[in-house]
Design a protein around this ligand. Structure first.
Ligand code: PHE
Length: 476
């Protein structure tokens, strides 16, 4: 159903909870389950967690509200929406440029996100076989990988990386599912998919966390995550926490503006934005409480880095009762979380192609997804045949990065902060005050607080991410 003032033929969410599921699905993803525990582990736990929460509250939340509001007031793709709101405020439509940066960022993130999600899909399949084996032996609650040495288990990741065919096949499968859902439309595709996967995700998350609490080193994990040791808090860690907050909340990458454009005019935006930020942060913390008890119980290193989830956890699944089943459920959970995020990554650029080029959704979605798939192939090959390619070797901070890490670095350290900077400056300094008050539903002290955060705190914090992200030498 088209809301007032919407583009002709534009679909909308069928209810507030449908929007919330989709937006929380966009936010909750690999960033929460894979990157957050990795970063918290590498940066000493508690102090990092505390800084992360401060970043979400002070800059993440106001930016979520800004982006959803711009989408609803602008009612188009991310670039056109910002331009429309600028027109409504009597300002230059050129501000729409930042929406262009968001859409390009979403497209590039999608290309490598699908490759990493493909790893999870690979492990789902591995675990199906493991589960089949233990069930066949009559003990469905046995650990996984019976008889395999620790080296054999960790070696699986290396084997996967050395196999371009498998990496590309999993990437293709994941992208195909993403395209199919987005091609189905806002109501019949995105909303339905999120409505099924998000509740399942929360049940799995709660279940595995409870399992970890009973069988794993829960107390140790709580201490690790929530006891701040500020001596471990380096400027680099603060910078990482800020960047992670943007990525995890899907800010600066078209998703929230585009989803906001499908919202009805009657919804109160401020509490809705609060729920998105709160849910995303709770899931990140719960992921820590799900993963670290298992990792610590079997004496693994919480600072293992990006392989924490894919390489360390299978070792734990090989040692714990019920490991085969829990391992299977765990990778399904990652798959669901990644899929509801990749949908939102594809929807941003697809909306642009629909609105600006005039293609139908059924054509636009496979076209954009197909192009991102091709770039993703290069990322996958970067782990094997092109392993010595360094695409950004001319740029000191990215000089050592392989293809996937280059795109990750370029989007996360440059494009997302740049877009978020533009959005916060636009909202804080250029957007019509009356329009802002009407859209947010805020007034008095709350409106003043929001304006203070979005006009001052967010731009300064985001500018710092950009500055230190690009010139880390300034930090030491
Ligand atoms: N927020 C998602 C995650 O944490 C990733 C994402 C980024 C999704 C940008 C949409 C847009 O995994």
């Amino acid at each position: 159903m088209a809301g007032a003032g919407s583009t002709a033929g534009r679909e909308g969410w069928s209810s507030r909870s449908a929007f919330l599921m989709a937006a929380i699905g966009a936010a909750v993803g690999l960033g929460n389950i894979w990157r957050f525990p990795t970063l918290a582990g590498e940066n000493g736990g508690g102090a990092f967690v505390l800084v992360y929460i401060a970043c979400v509250a002070l800059l993440g939340l106001p930016l979520v509200l800004s982006e959803v509001m711009i989408g609803r007031a602008g009612r188009s793709d991310a670039a056109t929406s910002i331009a429309n709101v600028a027109s409504q405020s009597g300002k230059s439509r050129r501000w729409g440029m930042f929406g262009g940066v968001e859409i390009l960022a979403a497209f590039l993130i999608l290309s490598f996100y699908s490759v990493v999600a493909g790893w999870a899909l690979h492990y789902v399949i591995v675990m199906i076989f493991e589960l089949g084996e233990v069930v066949g032996q009559g003990s469905p609650f046995a650990p996984a990988f019976a008889g395999d040495s620790q080296d054999a288990i960790t070696g699986r990741m290396g084997e996967l990386f050395a196999n371009p065919g498998e990496l590309i096949l999993m990437h293709a499968l994941f992208m195909a599912v993403t395209v199919m859902i987005v091609a189905g439309g806002v109501h019949n595709g995105i909303e339905r998919a999120a409505g099924i996967m998000m509740p399942a995700f929360f049940v799995l998350l709660a279940g595995i966390t409870i399992y970890g609490a009973f069988t794993g080193a829960f107390a140790e994990a709580v201490t690790f995550l929530f006891t701040p040791d500020f001596s471990r808090l380096t400027p680099v860690a603060v910078n990482e926490a800020l960047g992670q907050a943007l990525f995890s909340l899907s800010l600066g990458s078209a998703a929230l503006i585009t989803y906001g454009a499908y919202l009805g005019d009657d919804l109160k935006l401020a509490p809705t934005a609060g729920m998105i930020a709160l849910a995303d942060t709770c899931v990140a913390l719960m992921s820590g409480l799900m993963i670290f008890p298992i990792v610590l119980a079997v004496g693994l290193d919480p600072a293992a880095g990006p392989v924490l989830v894919f390489q360390s956890l299978p070792i734990a699944f090989a040692q714990m009762p019920g490991g085969a089943l829990i391992g299977f459920l765990f990778f399904i959970l990652i798959f669901f979380a990644a899929l509801t995020s990749s949908i939102s990554l594809l929807e941003g650029p697809t909306a642009l192609v629909i609105d600006r080029v005039g293609l139908r959704r059924r054509i636009a979605a496979p076209l954009v997804g197909g192009a991102a798939f091709l770039i993703g192939i290069a990322c996958a090959l970067g782990y094997n045949v092109w392993s010595d390619v360094r695409p950004l070797s001319f740029w000191p901070i990215f000089a050592e990065n392989d293809i996937l890490d280059s795109i990750d670095g370029l989007t996360g350290k440059v494009m997302l902060p740049l877009a978020a900077l533009g959005v916060s400056l636009f909202t804080g300094w250029r957007m019509d005050r009356g329009l802002m008050a009407a859209q947010t539903g805020l007034s008095g002290a709350r409106l003043a607080l929001f304006r203070g955060l979005i006009a001052w705190v967010a731009p300064v914090a985001v500018a710092l991410i950009l500055l230190f992200g690009l010139f880390p030498g300034l930090l030491v």
